[in-house]
Structure formats: structure tokens, C-alpha cells
Design a protein. Sequence first.
Length: 256
Amino acid sequence: MENEEPMTEAASTMSGADVALGLPALRPGTLYLVATPIGNLEDLTLRALRVLKECDAVAAEDTRHTGRLLKHFGISKPMLSYFQFNEAARSGQIVERLRRGERIALVTDAGTPGISDPGERVVRAALAGGCRVEPVPGPCALVAALSASGLPAHEFHFMGFLAHKPGQRRRQLEEVKAVPGTLILYESPHRILKLLAELAEIYPESKVVLARELTKKFEEFKAGRPAELLAEMGKRPAQGEFVVLVAREGEMLNAK
């Protein structure tokens, strides 16, 4: 029998099923951006599961939250925390580990890292340090909401969370008047009425879709003019974070 080449460290972590399916081994020194469920655990992809099982460590926005997710799927991995207030310092530590050949999975509490969540600084640091960054696509609230909203989806502008101060929020909404496409924002239940009131002033004839509790048991979509939704939402306390989609009057005409 001819001598076989020694198995690499990356290949040694692969399961027999992975090898049989021809799945590629995780690459040393790679930062994997793993999208995690935004509500329904069934939305975690098979690829995400494999990366979480085979990586050397998981960098998590909240290690307690991610720990519960990993436990649910029978995964045990070393974890390190990164979040808004330590992301800059933690980025350097993650890059050093990547340079040593570690394979690190980066996750947030829900959705895709870096999309209105921590992760952007870590990605920039990894790229600047010459490390490989690989996305592991999956759940993303803005895409899920847009796909089911019925609003024009050929072009859109994602704004994330607006500023908390009223003057700054209004300025942000005014500045995108000339920007084409459906506007997409995230908003908390504590400020949704304020946002609808601002939209009623700035874009009174727009069609707005509110999506909340996406992929969960009480998922809900509501559509209407800003003033109509403001009157309806004011009748009961709002719960859950919202994806707010706004099609200005011209956008709806162009879509016909």
C-alpha cells in the first residue's frame, strides 16, 4: 500500500459524513461570520451548524445567549465575548488568534453579524491583518421583512436604528428624501409611535409596513399610511422590535 499523506489539522476535525459529502474543511486562520436565528431555531442552516461544530472558538455578542443556542444543538465550544463597548479591544485579540491558525466563528444574539449588530470592527481588523473572512449566510430581519412586505424590493435603502434624539432622527429622515428605493429601518417598541408620527409629517402619503416578531409564534405584518398605523398602534402597548419599511409615493407609482 502506498503511503497516504498525513491528514491536516483542519481535516481531522471533519466528520465522516462531511468527508463523504465532499464538504470542504474549515480553513485555518479564517473568521466565519455565522448568521443565527432571529426567533425560530429551525432557521439555523446546516452549514452554520457545521461551522459552529468544527471551529476552534466562538466569538459571541453575549456568551450566555449563544451558550444556550449551542447547548440546544449539543455543541460545546470555548467562547469569548465581544460587544459594542469592547469590540475595538477584542478585535486585536481575535486577529492574533486567527494569525495563529485558529478558525473562529463570529455570531451575534440574532441575525447576521455587522448588520445593525456588533461585528463590523472585527471584520475590518481581520481584513487589515491579512486574515480570511468568510460569510455563512442565513437569517436577516430586513431581508425577511422586505420579501414578505409587498413593497418594491428591486431597490432599497437600509438605515438600521435611527438616532434617539428627535432632531437627529428627523434630519436623518429628511436627508434620504432624494434617495430612491424602499426605506428600511429597525425600531424599538418604545419609540415606534414617535417614528410613525415623524413619518406622518415627512412622508404622509407613503405606504408603511410594520413587521414584528419575525419567524416567531406571534409574527405580525401591518400595512397602511403612517397616520393610520399611528392611530392603530396607539390603542395597545407595542411589543417586540420592529422592522419598518417605507415606500414613498413615487416608489409605489414606479412599481406599478
